[in-house]
Design a binder for this molecule. Structure first.
Ligand SMILES: C[S@@+](CC[C@H](N)C(=O)[O-])C[C@H]1O[C@@H](n2cnc3c(N)ncnc32)[C@H](O)[C@@H]1O
Length: 385
């Protein structure tokens, strides 16, 4: 794996000794699930019955799920939701590169998982410089002996990483290996001014995340650019609760307003969730979640309002034979119009890519995405009747 990552320019020389001291295979349990990014499927591989395949997967550049449904799921079939994993190696190297560690740096990792990333950090910086926190007792309990087996001894704490780990603060670096929808204020408070926070951030508009690197300022806030697309399982307390939308659509389309649009499903990000559309829509259209359904050649893009007490929704139905898609919109909040306005704004500013955007988190926890610099927050386009 180390050779593959180096040959593909994904592992810099400074990290090579750590990758050799802490190989991913040393941190994986016997039963793992190889995630196929192309098909979004998961293949169980058991070392006890298929050691050769297990070795192949352990050393491959694929994410490997190690727990489903917070541990409630057993057996080789995939569960409903992956809840712990060893991340894709090329994502791990990108995140570590973005972290810009230096000798003597003190690092807090959020989300121990298998312990692999904490092992890499400990191999690079020294055991005493690294603390890693994991919310799941069983996961933390597995990671400790895996680390010890590799001769590495960073501090592994079982707690909610939302609170950071104040006893070990201040840190020069915090690296989150679970996605957040809000960077917790505790992380800002526990990082030295000038220190960095690196992790996956996004909105509940969609599941995708962008890797953000925030520099903590003297005033206790932090700001920095989005670097790249990633997709992570979310911090437990910040998972989207889909039950919120259970009562949004009482009857369909009911008395929803009906109109049409010449926009295509691809222009709404339905074809490629990493072309930036849905992430950027999520920056502009607050408290909204979107969902894409494909059935019998019909693509429906849904938008649900997450504002407390609101059941506003919109749907856009794309039929293979139709030239224009049908739009349904229900509730006082004009979600579809907000989406159109957001797309118009993005086009008007030249459809800039992810890396032109960034995030400021204020000392009191407000999350403010910007375009081109912190002085230029992206506009919110909320519309109500
Ligand atoms: C993608 S895995 C981390 C991968 C890990 N760094 C590794 O090298 O194997 C995400 C982990 O974050 C943990 N997690 C989720 N929410 C958390 C929270 N609030 N505090 C700490 N850990 C959390 C999950 O239990 C899971 O083990």
């Amino acid at each position: 794996m180390t050779r593959f990552l180096r040959e593909h320019g994904q592992l810099t020389d400074d990290w090579v000794p750590a990758f050799e001291a802490a190989p991913r295979a040393a941190f994986l349990p016997e039963l793992i699930w190889a995630h196929d990014m192309r098909t979004s499927t998961n293949q169980a591989v058991d070392r006890r019955t298929d050691p050769a395949d297990w070795e192949r997967v352990a050393h491959a550049n694929v994410p490997v799920t190690t727990q489903w449904d917070d541990g409630a799921h057993e057996g080789p079939d995939p569960g409903r939701a992956p809840t712990s994993s060893a991340s894709m190696p090329s994502v791990v190297t990108r995140m570590l590169a973005a972290l810009e560690v230096f000798p003597g740096a003190r690092v807090l990792e959020i989300g121990t998982g298998t312990g692999w990333n904490a092992g890499l950090l400990a191999a690079r910086l020294g055991d005493e410089r690294v603390v890693t926190v994991e919310i799941d007792e069983a996961v933390a309990t597995r990671a400790r002996p895996a680390l010890q087996g590799a001769g590495l001894h960073p501090e592994v704490i079982c707690c909610d990483g939302r609170d950071g780990w104040p006893k070990g603060a201040p840190y020069d670096r915090i690296i989150a290996t679970a996605g957040v929808r809000e960077v917790p204020v505790a992380w800002l408070e526990q990082t030295r001014p000038g220190g960095l926070i690196v992790g996956p951030w996004g909105t509940h508009f969609g599941h995708e995340d962008a890797l953000v690197r925030l520099t903590v300022a003297e005033d206790g806030g932090a700001s920095g650019p989005f670097l790249d697309w990633v997709e992570f399982m979310k911090l437990r307390a910040q998972r989207l609760d889909w039950d919120l939308f259970e009562h949004h659509v009482q009857e369909y389309p009911g008395d929803a307003d009906v109109s049409t649009t010449s926009l295509t499903s691809a222009e709404l990000g339905a074809a490629n969730r990493y072309d930036g559309t849905t992430f950027i829509l999520g920056l502009l259209v607050p408290d909204c979640t979107h969902l894409v359904n494909e059935r019998d050649g019909v693509t429906t893009v849904w938008f649900f309002d997450r504002t407390a007490g609101s059941r506003a929704w919109a749907s856009v139905v794309f039929r293979p034979e139709g030239e224009r898609a049908t739009v349904y919109q229900s509730g006082a909040r004009r979600l579809w119009e907000e989406v159109v306005r957001a797309l118009e704004w993005w086009r008007a500013v030249g459809s800039p890519p992810l890396t032109s955007f960034g995030l400021t988190v204020t000392a009191d926890g407000a999350q403010r995405p910007w375009l081109g610099g912190p002085a230029h927050p992206v506009p919110a386009v909320t519309l109500r009747e």
